[in-house]
Design a protein around this ligand. Structure first.
Ligand code: CA
Length: 230
């Protein structure tokens, strides 16, 4: 099997070296970048499988670096490392295009588990289009359209919609959504799920009929074309 290539963007040398050594012992190939510009340079020049990105970087912070990488077409999964554990911080990290985040201090075992979860998720693509009413998701190109109109989603919104589309007419709890769409199981994350469901509604349901995302109070969310029910 090819080695998984990881880029670590972290200005604290001790932390960076510790992570590098640990990941290399686990069989990963690791490059280090000490600041934002170097991270962008390496990240856009090399086909990394994963990027670990510290938010608190001198000059250009991790959020900006992540945004720049995404607008430059870098699609590798990005895990943000943050010292501040707030819903706002998580939402800005995910909004900038990150796939996941870890709050410092974190255990190395947890980091490894997150990396494995992201690797699994990027591997298990199902090569068939998913459709509910006139909403179509293509898991290969990750294109989403409703009524033939293309809809642009962030990676997080896409993962959430993909999960809902694979279980149509089935009520999914916030915990299940956080776990199966994003590979996370935090209680605090249920707020984030609500925020992202709203983003999704604005994009796929606003201005369209029938509405497809429904809230089941106390239970979670379901994607369903209620008009097609007999
Ligand atoms: Ca830092």
């Amino acid at each position: 099997m090819d080695k998984v290539r990881v880029l670590i963007v972290e200005d604290e040398r001790k932390m960076a070296n510790l992570l590098k050594r640990g990941l290399e012992e686990e069989g990963y190939t690791v490059d280090l970048a000490a600041d934002g510009p170097e991270g962008i340079l390496l990240g856009t020049d090399n086909p990394y499988d994963m990027i670990l990105l510290d938010i608190a970087l001198p000059g250009q912070d991790g959020i900006e670096v992540c945004r720049t990488l995404r607008t430059s077409g870098v699609s590798a999964p990005i895990i943000m490392l943050t010292a501040r554990d707030t819903v706002d911080m998580k939402v800005s990290a995910l909004d900038s295009g990150a796939d996941d985040y870890l709050t410092k201090p974190f255990s190395f075992a947890e980091l490894l588990a997150r990396l494995r979860a992201l690797q699994r998720r990027t591997k298990t693509e199902v090569p068939a289009k998913l459709q509910v009413a006139d909403l179509v998701v293509d898991p290969i190109t990750r294109r989403v359209s409703r009524g033939g109109q293309e809809i642009i989603l962030t990676p997080k919104e896409y993962a959430l919609l993909d999960c809902l589309m694979r279980h149509p007419n089935q009520v999914l709890s916030r915990t299940v959504l956080a776990e199966s769409a994003w590979g996370e199981s935090y209680d605090a994350l249920t707020n984030v799920i609500d925020v992202y469901i709203n983003y999704l509604r604005n994009k796929i349901d606003r201005g369209f009929e029938p509405k497809l995302i429904h809230t089941r109070r106390g239970l979670g969310y379901v994607l369903e074309d209620e008009t097609s029910r007999g």
